[in-house]
Design a protein around this ligand. Structure first.
Ligand SMILES: C[S@@+](CC[C@H](N)C(=O)[O-])C[C@H]1O[C@@H](n2cnc3c(N)ncnc32)[C@H](O)[C@@H]1O
Length: 283
């Protein structure tokens, strides 16, 4: 038997030595997963003893974190918007910054009870489309990804969260496999946009564990926007809106790509940290 306080302090020290900047939080999440106790219990009952099985479970989880595996992948889940998504190394871990797209999309829809057709290009875990569907009870979704493993995960999330009747999933290189001529009222897209040259600067948690297909794009990160700039106008209904995530230094280059595509209004929207995060197009 060992006291929680001792296990916790030792683990934080070890994680700190790997350059981890969120050691305390990470240890609490892993201890919670291994013991079923909450971080409040760790504070209120630091002398509480945990048994050998729970201690071994915790050590296994800690070993994975010491190798820089992201907490979301160790726990197999990540909260996004108001939902919890299953995640794995086959999808991008949903980022809070991407909630900027959901907020912007919701602002553009005055009647939430309308039946809208929504397309999510590069769905990953399904976090964008399923979060938006959770706010629009009569809308219908189409989720596309080029990765069959990511798409399986998105389907599983739709089933777990109860959206399977309102969302279809299509394995496709962007829109190649979509029925020709189909149009959408809302398009969401968080494409890969990190310049390949920046790979070395990424945290080991990201570079070593997240799918490179979800992260990197050629042409200084702009290649997929170039492709989407040609595709999007033909997919939108009159009065439709598209919301694409951008890297915080890509706003002007993205505007230049989309300005010749028939959008009536193009805006750059900031995330909660005040950085450019989304390009919004009104058709
Ligand atoms: C940045 S991740 C976004 C995942 C998710 N939408 C999110 O916001 O967390 C980009 C996603 O696009 C997918 N993708 C990359 N290239 C694609 C392509 N040519 N066609 C369809 N999907 C693609 C990747 O597999 C990945 O799931």
């Amino acid at each position: 038997m060992a006291a929680i306080r001792d296990i916790r302090n030792k683990a934080i020290q070890k994680l700190d030595q790997t350059g981890n900047e969120t050691s305390g939080l990470d240890v609490d999440l892993l201890l919670e997963a291994a013991t079923g106790l909450t971080p409040l219990d760790f504070i209120l009952e630091p002398d509480r003893q945990i048994g050998p099985k729970q201690k071994a479970d915790f050590q296994n989880l800690l070993e994975r974190r010491l190798k820089r595996e992201p907490i979301s992948q160790i726990l197999g889940k990540k909260d996004f918007w108001t939902l919890t998504f299953k995640v794995s190394r086959h999808c991008l871990t949903p980022r809070p910054d991407s909630e900027t797209l959901i907020e912007a999309a919701l602002k553009s829809i005055p009647d939430k009870k309308k039946t809208l057709k929504i397309l999510d290009l590069g769905t990953g875990s399904g976090c964008l489309i399923l979060s938006l569907l959770s706010e629009l009870p009569h809308s219908l979704g189409t989720a596309v990804d080029i990765s069959d493993k990511a798409l399986d995960l998105a389907k599983e999330n739709a089933l777990r969260l109860g959206f399977q009747e309102r969302c279809r999933f299509i394995l496709s290189d962007w829109v190649q496999a979509l029925p020709p001529g189909e149009k959408f009222d809302i398009i969401l897209c968080n494409p890969p946009y990190i310049a390949e040259e920046e790979a070395e600067t990424l945290a080991p948690d990201v570079q070593g564990y997240e799918p490179h297909m979800a992260l990197f794009a050629k042409d200084n990160g702009m290649e997929e926007y170039e492709k989407l700039g040609k595709i999007l106008p033909g997919l939108m209904t009159d009065g439709g809106h598209a919301f694409l995530e951008i890297g915080h230094e890509q706003g002007l280059r993205a505007v230049n790509i989309f300005k010749n595509g028939g959008a009536k209004n193009i805006r750059i929207i900031q995330d909660l940290a005040g950085r450019d995060r989304c390009i919004a197009l009104d058709f």
